[in-house]
Design a protein. Structure first.
Length: 232
């Protein structure tokens, strides 16, 4: 069974949360050389190693761990839609780079490059990295940027249900803009353009909403004025 079916259809998030994953030691040790190169996402690596080894897998709904929430918590997914501070951007960049490398090992080396959830997600993370307005990143190397070959892969991911059409459009746009977004200056220019577009769309939406409210108020006041006449 493919990782797409298991992690998205059969058992959502089956490869997540290393505190609740247990496998035989020799399964992970058989890929020790790859494990040494792994920067993060040990739970995904253990899961993929288990798939590679074959045999039985058991999933349970039993709650096996507690998650401690405190002031030092930081979640990549919780901050993904926020502009945030420069520190937040740096944390996101670090998480993205680690995930790109980890998913590359999982998807290309362990799963032999066949279409899987890690290869598909790796392309999306590359696109997200391009949009971070961080001069500290310098000029991004080719291995951290989406290319035209990634567009073809995104279409294959869409075909098997690992991505939706919005993801394909995002990867396509990122690949086309990759030469421009690779440099800090390019990311700054495109970022300002995107801010201008978002601001214009927001203003237009607000004006349209205000116009609709005024139209409703006028209609409502018109009915109030005619009400006494109708009653008489």
């Amino acid at each position: 069974m493919s990782t797409v079916d298991i992690t998205l259809k059969i058992r959502v998030g089956a490869d997540f949360n290393n505190s609740s994953v247990a496998v035989r030691r020799h399964i992970v040790e058989s890929h020790a050389q790859l494990l040494k190169r792994l920067p993060a996402s040990i739970d995904n690596f253990v899961f993929v190693s288990s798939l590679k080894a074959g045999g039985l897998m058991y999933f349970t709904d039993e709650r096996l761990t507690f998650h401690r929430v405190h002031g030092g918590n930081w979640s990549y997914y919780a901050h993904i839609a926020r502009s945030g501070s420069n520190e937040t951007h740096l944390k996101r960049a670090r998480a993205l780079i680690q995930t790109i490398k980890a998913f590359g090992l999982n998807g290309s080396r362990l799963l032999n490059g066949n279409i899987n959830i890690y290869l598909c997600s790796e392309r999306l993370n590359k696109g997200a990295l391009l949009l971070l307005p961080l001069p500290e990143l310098g000029t991004l190397p080719p291995e951290l940027r989406p290319s035209l070959s990634d567009v073809k892969l995104a279409l294959r991911c869409y075909k098997v249900g690992a991505e939706d059409l919005v993801d394909v459009v995002f990867v396509t746009g990122s690949a086309l803009l990759s030469p421009l977004l690779a440099s800090p200056r390019g990311r700054l220019v495109v970022g300002k353009l995107l801010e201008s577009v978002v601001e214009a769309l927001t203003t237009k939406r607000a004006l349209r909403r205000e116009s609709k409210i005024k139209t409703v108020e006028l209609r409502h006041s018109g009915r109030l004025r005619s009400w006494p006449i109708l009653c008489s």
